[in-house]
Design a protein around this ligand. Structure first.
Ligand SMILES: Cc1ncc(C[n+]2csc(CCOP(=O)(O)OP(=O)(O)O)c2C)c(N)n1
Length: 651
């Protein structure tokens, strides 16, 4: 039995994402859709694993907007539904996200977004609680894994009570840390489906006009007072106020755990008032008023941006409360970027209260552990087909004059490591030098990396503006192709620009943990499903130069990329090579057979330029070597070695 399907009363250690999934099951979720994105992916994964036994529908949708609409549509038909995504995913779903609340929903609809303060896994630190307030829908923020489970469950009821989507905001350290969770009862009675054409409104409920958006916005505002009352009454908000307290802390979500521990460490338990907010939007104004009464100072502890701080400040200003509020927006309690932790919160409060900082009892242990960590740059895996693709691109570009400044626009996926090498090495931040920075290894290749799907349109813009100092190239992976590239590629075709576009098809959505996608050949449950034909899709868009080649065959790939670079107009090369982690999991039985013949190796280091972590160099002996545990016998280094010193051992 799946861990999250254990019976009510069970107590188990659950990751925050597992806890959210369990909450959905307890609420009787009927449909869940998601697109993978760290730190949210496991919510979809564990629900998928449980779905057949628990009898509900789950899918990996092609992107977050699609996932959002799948879950929204099912909710309009009355079902209990959930969508989950990472912070950036909400940007993709934003169009529908902003419009759906105007008419509301029918079946409970829960939108889970996992933010990533400190950007451990993301291109930004955006705080999506702003978006919940922007869309004017209730927002819950758990302090620990138990609350993550309880809130996920409660969010469905709240959503049905108000007829609004409910936002559940997690953060990396809730989603990915584990905590003790007590399981509750599972609702086994599904909502009855039914579509009401005029549900609650004297006009077509799901048609955005007429009477139009303003009337629907008015309806949304008619519901918000009730939403505020529910926030004031929420069990996820707790007020503790010692008599005579003059100073208070308002802490939200995980900030509550940090602040509570900091207060304990500083021995302030008896002196400060504490308002822990879990239901943060609409702001529970009654509670905030009660809390602020008689206080001179309020310190705000929240993970992310000063979202609640600004709401509290605005509200208390309206109430003419004479209290000074310090947080991230004003008062410099914490920097408005990066992540909080107990040490940071303790230090900030100690300084405000003029207290000495007590030594952290665990500091020595932490210091000892830090010594064990070896600093290293991120790499692609041994034998990764992206190494081969980049190596071929580097070779094809080397045929152009040395002073050419090619722009290689990257995208999001494992292949983004190709933009990190320059950082690891340290560069001369001088315009003249950095302009022509030559790539030494596949890790030095990418010049732009922003968000999923951005590379190709940036390349299109560069081509259209008339950039001719070098070639304009873009790359993307297979999952990214389906997520965001297709309209962008059609735009390139329609508006005709001269660029080379490489699709690195390794068959899986690897970066986020090998979820399947239409290029994989299996569906979300691992059952066979015919692979979508990316070359055929590209051709059908009207691209006249389309070539598919085996990424590991360097002659073939260099030739195809060279011809694409020389082609006037959009040229697409699809480089295929299944992710080696997936391939090796299915097939690896013994140590690799590739080795370096030390009699032939002259120490030229050409093989090192591939950037494969399985290739080593012994400086004392001036010889390369292969780590036969890591190596996957992909044969790339044997093709690259000018001495033919890399061979495959016969067994
Ligand atoms: C909008 C958005 N959604 C999800 C993610 C998480 N994410 C990072 S890379 C990636 C896709 C990687 O798959 P693919 O393009 O096939 O490249 P691979 O990692 O397999 O090389 C995803 C989903 C993200 N960064 N942004």
């Amino acid at each position: 039995m799946q861990k999250i399907l254990q019976q009510a009363g069970t107590r188990d250690l659950l990751m925050g994402n597992e806890a959210i999934a369990r909450g959905a099951i307890e609420a009787g979720v009927q449909l869940m859709a998601a697109y993978p994105g760290t730190p949210s992916s496991e919510i979809g994964e564990v629900l998928m694993a449980a779905s057949r036994e628990a009898n509900f529908y789950v899918e990996w949708s092609l992107n977050e907007k699609v996932a959002f609409e799948v879950a929204a549509g099912a909710s309009l038909a009355g079902g209990r539904t959930m969508v989950a995504m990472k912070n950036a995913g909400l940007n993709v779903a934003m169009d529908t996200f902003m419009t759906l609340p105007y008419g509301g929903v029918k079946g409970g609809f829960v939108v889970v977004v996992a933010d990533d303060p400190d950007a451990h896994y993301s291109s930004n630190e955006q705080d999506t609680r702003f978006a919940a307030a922007y869309a004017e829908i209730p927002c819950l923020e758990p302090e620990n894994q138990q609350e993550a489970k309880d809130m996920a469950k409660e969010a469905f009821s709240l959503s049905e009570q108000l007829g609004l989507p409910v936002f559940l905001r997690s953060v990396s350290r809730i989603s990915h840390a584990s905590g003790d969770v007590l399981f509750g009862e599972v609702n086994t009675v599904p909502n009855t489906l039914g579509f009401n054409k005029h549900y609650q409104l004297p006009y077509r409920w799901n048609v955005y006009g007429p009477p139009g958006a303003v009337s629907k916005h008015e309806w949304l505002h008619s519901v918000l007072p009730q939403a505020r009352d529910l926030a004031d009454a929420s069990a996820f908000n707790r007020l503790e106020k010692p008599a005579g307290a003059k100073v208070g802390i308002i802490a939200t979500g995980l900030g509550g755990a940090y602040a509570r521990e900091a207060v304990r460490r500083l021995g302030l338990d008896e002196d400060v008032a504490f308002l822990k907010l879990g239901h943060i939007y609409p702001l529970p104004t009654e509670l905030v008023s009660q809390f602020a009464e008689g206080l001179d100072r309020i310190f705000m502890v929240e993970e992310g941006d000063p979202v609640v701080e600004n709401m509290v400040r605005t509200y208390l200003q309206h109430q003419a409360a004479a209290v000074r509020i310090s947080g991230k927006a004003y008062g410099n309690l914490f920097p408005p970027f990066g992540e909080l932790n107990t040490d940071i919160v303790t230090a900030a409060l100690a300084s405000e209260f003029g207290l000495p900082l007590k030594a952290d009892p665990k500091a020595d242990v932490r210091r000892e552990k830090e010594k064990l960590i070896i600093p290293r740059s991120s790499t692609l895996c041994a034998g990764c087909s992206h190494l081969a693709s980049y190596f071929a691109l580097k070779k094809a570009l080397s045929q152009y004059p040395e002073d050419a400044v090619h722009i290689i626009n990257g995208d999001i996926g494992c292949y983004e490591q190709a933009g990190y090498g320059v950082f690891a090495k340290g560069t001369l931040a001088n315009d003249a030098v950095s302009k022509a920075y030559p790539p030494a290894t596949p890790y030095d290749m990418l010049d732009t990396i922003y968000v999923m799907g951005s590379g190709i349109s940036m390349a299109h813009g560069q081509s259209k503006i008339g950039y001719r100092d070098g070639k304009v190239v873009a790359v993307c992976g297979d999952s990214t192709f389906f997520h965001a590239i297709m309209p962008a590629l059609m735009n390139v075709v329609y508006n005709q620009s001269d660029l080379t576009f490489l699709i690195f098809d390794n068959r899986w959505t690897c970066m986020t943990g090998h979820q399947p996608n239409p290029a994989t050949g299996v569906d979300a449950f691992g059952d066979e499903f015919p692979r979508s034909d990316i070359p055929a899709i590209v051709k059908s868009m009207g691209v006249s130069f389309v070539e598919e080649c085996n990424a590991y065959d360097q002659d073939e790939s260099v030739d195809a990329i060279s011809r694409a670079l020389a082609f006037a107009g959009p040229a697409v090369v699809i480089l295929t090579g299944e992710c080696q982690l997936q391939l090796q999991r299915r097939t690896k039985k013994a140590l690799a057979k590739t080795y370096v013949d030390v009699n032939l190796c002259n120490g030229c280091r050409a093989c090192l330029a591939i950037g494969c972590p399985a290739i080593r160099f012994n400086a004392a002996r001036n010889k390369s070597g292969i780590d036969s545990v890591l190596c996957v016998d992909c044969g790339l280094c044997a093709q690259v070695c000018p001495q033919n010193a890399i061979k495959v051992r016969r067994r």
